[in-house]
Design a binder for this molecule. Sequence first.
Ligand SMILES: [Zn+2]
Length: 413
Amino acid sequence: MNFRTHKHTRCRICGSSGLKKILDLGRMPPANAFVTKQNLSKKELTYPLDVYVCRRCNLVQLGIVVSPKILFSDYVYFSSTSKVFMQHFEELADTSIRRISLQKNSFVIDIGSNDGILLKPFIKKRFRVLGIEPARNIAQIANEAHVETIPSFFSVPLARRIKKSHGQADLITATNVFAHIDDIDEVIEGVKCILKENGVFIIEAPYLIDLLDNNLFDTIYHEHLSYFSVIPLTIFFRKHGMKIFSVEHTATHGGSLRIYAVRIGPPRKIDASVARYLRLEQNRITSLHTYKQFAEKIDRDKEKLVALLKQLRKQGKTIAGYGAPAKSNTLLNYYSISADLLSYIADDSRYKQNLYTPGMHIPVVSPMHLTERQPDYLVLLAWNFAESIMKKWNDLHEGGMKFILPKPEVNII
Ligand SMILES: [Zn+2]
């Protein structure tokens, strides 16, 4: 991984060089590279953000891979800061235990385990767990909370060491991490090394169909290398001697796939959900027309939101943002929305407060500012939490502050 960026010329799943560009968002700094006040005058590193579809297996993927060392070394995203995610992972633990009939003392490994958010519910139910998390600062927090976590990128050599030290797992999970990894062949080979013969591998990844349907282009950033759907994933698992036996849909990140996979061999019935998703995607993700419409919609939405904000500012209204997730930086940078339009962004995570957004340099502050400097309008950049944010700030709303929802359509409430 001793590179800064490399041009991605062959499909991550099928190796085809038939990659067709479907979207160009220009150059951008990494979406989580928040800037300190001292560094505001320094030049930020930016990288192209363009998207391709493989004409053979239909995997949608970025054209440039930025080194994970640049993207993840000092990560500011902590899962457990979000209550919605905590509930989601409790549900995932419950559902997987039930569906796979996991027995007490089963061994669960989570790849990209963050601060242990998914493993904690398994610990409560007395399972043996192990986390693997590349961001050292976050792995340390997990270990301090008694979730055993190896601070490392996942690889085949690491899997071999784990097999020796901990044995093989009944369940391996990789939630919202598969899309981040360039060499997914290495991951799956590592998974097979530490997965019992009849063990189950679950991945969760944002779903391409939701991205297209709801115009969630802001979920495109350098960390997300692939935009998955069931058609290419079926090809991917088959290539590695595995098969998908069930597909579920979850609401996280604007809509995600939960894929259950096992080795081909031990009997495991494939349920009807797999064929249903394959049918849903056929003629849709395989058509270039779909992506052309998607790109056009992004630019129409850009015009609409920017015109609205400019008009409000002209009328002397004050506007702030709520939520500075990574995706907000794709939107702000592509729309060129700077502090002239959004005076500040309130975010619940204290790790982002007092920093500035990458590229546009909008100050990120504590939500306390909303009561002290109440804006006339609040743009919900963390649109996936819109409902809970609006509920939380209903008092200000009743006092006259309006919400602007950027997704799926620009909407004032
Ligand atoms: Zn391909």
